[in-house]
Design a protein around this ligand. Structure first.
Ligand code: F6R
Length: 634
């Protein structure tokens, strides 16, 4: 996690670094810092200024405004703490003992303990608990060695020192380095963590993600794994891990990747919840245009060969994306008839199941940067391609909201959910977008395999086309209902969410949303499992939110809800109005729709209730504690 940005050019670097970091705050906001080099008055050498502040970027911004950080070259960092508490002394940039080398890093240096021990045994003093601090010490030592060979300090020397040091670093990381002896050169390097170079007018930048570059330039050059780059006011030099110079053409940034504003909404999360009818409308327009034949009812961006011979599907994802994957698996199995399994990417990468033939592997990640998901997909591709038998060859598909992400570069087939930039750390409209992507896939597979008759396909298509309108009405209604209900949760410490079948993942998602933004402990359970243990938790003070939508398990869920009511739990139903649902103490009503599409509507009360409970508690909804929007560490 963490976001890094680096710039060299003709303008003062500090305000530009702050602007860039603002676009990267979604990657972490435990602390922020920057270092600049000013060469105006030091006989060719630079004067290094380093400013760091704990907490959000605004604190660093104020510090830089009041104390200044001169120079046309600099590096910046916004931190999500991995090694060491979120305190100022652990904030980046980190420096060597002399204070001549400064480094920002995103990722984890896995062998930092042994490196630190060696450096300490040589008398180096460490001032932070971070894994990063070994890097400036190592680079400073390398530079000393290179200078000892009689060479004059220059950008190439700094690049060489960084190359030598990255050769001993283990882990996944991206870093940027400056050195007082080369005030017009900075070096960046990446290994399994994203880094994109921006080519501006008279300035060159580098950042963890494109939104940090979009305010400066639309010409970008994503760095490849293992590459090191030297940036000076004259241009960039790119080298691969063997030290060979690389020549690649830059590409153009598409779409608006700059962070949007909140409009009249109090929080980005609320705005993004309200944008969901539009997300669905765009999806319908793109994928369900009029006039498609019933044998191919969804417009998909894939070749014929993509679908051929698939016998099973495995889906790898984390967090909310995994919940979307679970709904997807239900649709792919129950509607399209393809055996499908869902895995936590973080588990799969170390304990994959035995290889199955003719298997499609789907990675779901809204950011396209989740380290575990990328690594699990990479591992799966390698082990399949190493197998030798074509039946086991790798076939992969990525579902993401970022067509310019690492996932999009790694995986050959991409479904872009096109939900637009999501700023709130809690995923909302991207969850809907991921769900819709799975409806598209399930419909496509079902009709190609003739697993459903044309009327069933047509019915689902008709219902999907009506989803944007349902969402519009529901959001209006539930915004008010949830706000009114939220005050009742002022003292609540535990909440149970129940669902079954296709809505079990929505119960999980409801619990996750509540936990992450309101800090209330919540559990999502398959309703039928309650009596096997968790029912012991129930009592008067524990609300139970039960999703009960007409369909195969409707009566079962209502019986499970009754069991909770008998234990005096407060019962909140997410269900249609009617005599059966009178058992609920409180009803968050949904329209009667087919069970297939019910998750698309049931998610709305989950999101809005969590939002209003957190808002009622006065919490920092868009940037909840300890979280980050893009989880780029393992
Ligand atoms: C929850 C949330 C996280 C993410 C998870 C995976 O609201 O946002 O649980 O879903 O970190 O992120 P992506 O989808 O970027 O792989």
């Amino acid at each position: 996690m963490c976001g890094i940005v680096a710039i060299v050019g003709s303008r003062q670097a500090a305000p530009l670094l702050i602007d860039g970091l603002r676009q990267l705050e979604y990657r972490g906001y435990d602390s922020a810092g920057l270092a600049t080099l000013d060469s105006s008055s030091n006989c060719g050498k630079g004067v290094l200024t380093c400013k760091r502040a704990s907490g959000k970027l605004v604190h660093l911004s104020k510090l830089v405004d009041s104390e200044g950080a001169p120079g046309h070259l600099g590096i910046g960092h916004t931190r999500w703490a991995t090694h060491g508490k979120p305190e100022k002394r652990n904030a980046h940039p980190h420096r060597d003992v002399s204070g001549h080398v400064a480094v920002v890093q995103n990722g984890i240096i896995e062998n930092h303990r042994s490196l630190r021990k060696d450096l300490e045994s040589q008398g180096k003093k460490f001032v932070s608990d971070t894994d990063t601090e070994v890097i400036p010490h190592l680079i400073a030592d390398e530079l000393k060695l290179l200078q000892g060979e009689g060479r004059q300090p220059c950008g190439a020397m700094l690049k060489e020192a960084v190359q030598n040091v990255t050769a001993v670093l283990k882990g996944a990381y991206a870093l940027a380095v400056i050195w007082v002896e080369t005030p017009d050169a900075l070096v960046v390097a990446r290994k399994q963590a994203p880094l994109v170079i921006g080519l501006g007018e008279g300035e060159f930048l580098c950042a963890s993600d494109t939104p940090a570059l979009a305010g400066f330039t639309r010409t970008i050059l994503p760095m490849e794994d293992g590459e090191v780059a030297l940036l000076t006011p004259l241009g960039i030099e790119l080298y691969n891990s063997q030290g060979e110079r690389q020549k690649r053409s830059p590409s153009l940034l598409t779409g608006n990747s700059q962070v949007a504003d909140k409009r009249h909404f109090r929080h980005f999360m609320l705005k993004e919840i309200h944008e969901q009818p539009e997300t669905a409308e765009l999806w319908v327009a793109r994928h369900l245009p009029a006039g498609l034949p019933i044998e191919s009812p969804v417009a998909m961006p894939f070749e014929e060969s993509f679908y051929e011979g698939i016998e099973s599907i495995q889906i790898l994802a984390c967090g909310t994306s995994r919940h979307a994957a679970m709904v997807g698996a239900y649709l792919l199995e129950q509607f399209a008839g393809i055996p499908t399994s869902v895995f936590y990417a973080s588990e799969f990468r170390y304990a994959p199941p035995p290889l199955s033939p003719h298997t499609l592997t789907i990675g779901v990640t809204q950011s396209g940067e989740t380290a575990d998901t990328l690594a699990a997909l990479d591992m799966e591709e390698k082990r399949r391609n190493a197998h030798g038998d074509l039946a086991f060859a790798s076939r992969q598909l990525g579902i993401t909201n970022r067509s310019d992400s690492s996932l999009a570069r790694q995986v050959p087939n991409i479904l872009d959910i096109g939900a637009g930039i999501e700023v709130g750390v809690a995923a909302t409209k991207t969850f809907l977008g991921q769900l819709l992507a799975f409806y598209g896939l399930a419909l496509t597979f079902a009709s190609r395999r003739q697993n459903r008759c044309p009327t069933e396909i047509q019915d689902l298509l008709t219902e999907l086309k009506a989803v944007p309108n349902h969402l519009r009405k529901l959001i209006q209604k539930h915004d008010q209902l949830s706000e009114a209900l939220a005050s009742r949760f002022a003292e609540t410490q535990d909440v149970i969410f129940l669902g079954r079948g296709i809505n079990y993942p929505i119960a999980l998602e409801g619990a996750l949303k509540l936990k992450e933004i309101s800090y209330i402990h919540a559990e999502g359970y398959p309703a039928g499992e309650m009596k096997h243990g968790p029912i012991a938790l129930l009592e008067r003070r524990v609300p139970v939110i039960s999703i009960a939508m007409p369909g195969v398990v409707f009566d079962k869920v209502l019986s499970n809800a009754q069991e909770a009511k008998a234990r005096e739990a407060q019962l909140i139903g997410v269900a249609p109005e009617g005599p059966e649902t009178e058992i609920f103490d409180e009803l968050l009503p949904l329209p009667v729709v087919s069970e297939w599409i019910s998750p698309l509507l049931a998610l709305i009360p989950m999101q809005l209730l969590s939002y209003h409970i957190a808002a009622h508690r006065g919490l920092d909804i868009d940037q909840p504690r300890n979280l980050a929007k893009s989880v780029t560490v393992e």
